[in-house]
Design a binder for this molecule. Structure first.
Ligand code: PFF
Length: 465
């Protein structure tokens, strides 16, 4: 903490500051935009249960491993891997893979956050009120196709992200999360509270859909999807938690802080379902609308509710806050790495990396426009935006997570790992369990997912698609 300064490494001002910043990173578009539609597509209750299993068995231990590596090395990802491996080893490449993932994810994440900014403006001008349902999808499609508008919001959002990271760990990241996270909790509670009173039993149907397991609605794919999503939503596999952990005091219990972050993230995902589904159900719609759920279906429904302007405004402000506190963590990984490796000042590193990520995201802003990179889609079968998302969430994060588990479980010297874990006396079993999960369980599960993705398991006849 601030009163235990360690060298020149900045530290969080308080334990709560760390929790809010780490939860701010975890809670983002993944919870409010992605989780409700992925759960909707996978049939609800049982998917939620499997997802919770993945979070506990894989997500929690890998989060602990990341925080441990960061705190023990006081370094960003590349340096952390170098600190606990032999000189000249290739392990620091895993750190670079994380930096690359952060770079890629932020470049399109910022474009999606830009859509939410656009919708804040549309809510403010009461634009949704007079639209017919069939025009609503049109609003999103028009926005998606308007590269220049996307570029404008992408620029604005990146400027906001850079300005927070520029201001430092305590003065920028922690301060922003201390304001935005409580605001986010409050807004979501109010919106869920509102949903309870929607007509046609919408809320009860939503409860049933989210929590009652139905075996017949689940496919084998769902298990893989649940594991993949747990990486994205918990910000794992690219050194975000590692970097935030590098600013954490040595007294904090690894299990306790990780558990708090995981619980907050899961709570918000579930609340997001209880906020989004009741609106759908009370209008007699099923929550299987796919990625368009939040940007197409919801505003149309908000427009018909009493107080719709305020509701849609609150909702999209919530999305922007959630996205910003995640975006700053993505940029922080890249910025901190440049600072640690090249010795640049925070100011210079944040400005240069922010500008580079903005530039890299320009094709994502024009993904639906067709004027730029029109040939990309015919070359790769998906547009630039989807290609980046696919690469990062389906490959880079799980692969990064796998390697982090293997590194912490097998490569990091036992003495350093044990000291960094710091199990309280009488809880040695905790440490043993942690190492077992990192060595065997987490890598096996992640490996299964990756093998399934490259089709090896189908070849062997072990699993259908
Ligand atoms: N966890 C964020 C979300 O759920 O939206 C996204 C994210 C942030 C992924 C940071 C990875 C990361 F390192």
């Amino acid at each position: 903490m601030a009163d235990h300064p360690e060298g020149s490494r900045p530290l969080w001002g308080s334990r709560l500051g760390f929790i809010l910043a780490a939860a701010g990173s975890a809670i983002g578009l993944g919870n409010i935009w992605k989780f409700p539609y992925v759960t909707g597509e996978n049939g609800g209750g049982l998917f939620v249960l499997i997802y919770l299993g993945c979070v506990v068995l894989v997500g929690l231990p890998i989060m602990m491993a990341e925080i441990l590596l960061g705190r023990a090395s006081r370094q960003s990802p590349v340096g952390a891997f170098a600190a606990f491996s032999r000189p000249g080893s290739s392990w620091p490449l895993v750190g670079w893979l994380g930096v690359a993932a952060g770079f890629v994810i932020l470049s399109y994440y910022s474009v999606v956050a830009g859509w939410a900014l656009h919708y804040v403006l549309l809510s403010l001008t009461d634009h949704f009120r007079h639209l017919q349902p069939d025009q609503m999808g049109g609003i999103f499609d028009t926005l998606y196709g308007a590269g220049d508008i996307n570029l404008f919001w992408h620029l604005l959002f990146m400027l906001a992200t850079v300005s927070v990271v520029l201001a430092g760990v305590q003065g920028g990241i922690e301060k922003t999360c201390r304001v935005m996270m409580p605001a986010l909790f409050l807004i979501i509670m109010l919106l869920v509270g509102y949903s309870v009173f929607l007509p046609n039993g919408g809320f009860l149907k939503a409860l049933d859909f989210t929590f009652t397991p139905h075996l017949e609605r689940l496919s084998r794919r769902s298990v893989l999807e649940a594991l993949g999503h747990s990486f994205f939503t918990l910000s794992l596999g690219m050194g975000t938690m590692l970097t935030y952990g590098s600013y954490l005091d040595r007294q904090a219990s690894l299990l306790k802080v990780s558990l708090q972050v995981v619980l907050l993230d899961t709570l918000i995902s579930l609340l997001a379902c209880l906020m989004v589904y009741p609106v759908m159900f009370s209008f007699g719609l099923a929550p299987q609308a796919g990625p368009g759920l939040v940007f197409k279906s919801l505003p149309m429904l908000f427009a018909q509710l009493p107080g719709g302007l305020l509701i849609s405004l609150a909702f999209f402000v919530l999305v922007v806050f959630a996205a910003l506190t995640s975006a700053i963590s993505l940029l922080e990984v890249v910025t901190a790495t440049v600072m640690d490796r090249a010795g640049w000042s925070r100011r210079r590193a944040a400005l240069v990396t922010g500008a580079a990520i903005f530039a890299f995201g320009i094709p994502a802003a024009y993904a639906g426009d067709g004027r730029l990179l029109g040939a990309w889609a015919s070359m790769f079968g998906m547009n630039f935006f989807d290609t980046m998302d696919y690469l990062a969430s389906n490959w880079m994060l799980p692969l990064g997570g796998l390697l982090i588990a293997v590194f912490t479980g097998w490569v990091m010297p036992e003495s350093a790992r044990r000291a960094a874990f710091g199990a309280p006396a009488g809880q040695a079993w905790l440490y043993t369990g942690f190492v077992f999960v990192l060595r065997w369980l987490a890598p096996t599960l992640v490996l299964l997912v990756l093998l399934h993705k490259i089709g090896v398991l189908q070849e062997l006849g072990v699993m259908g698609s």
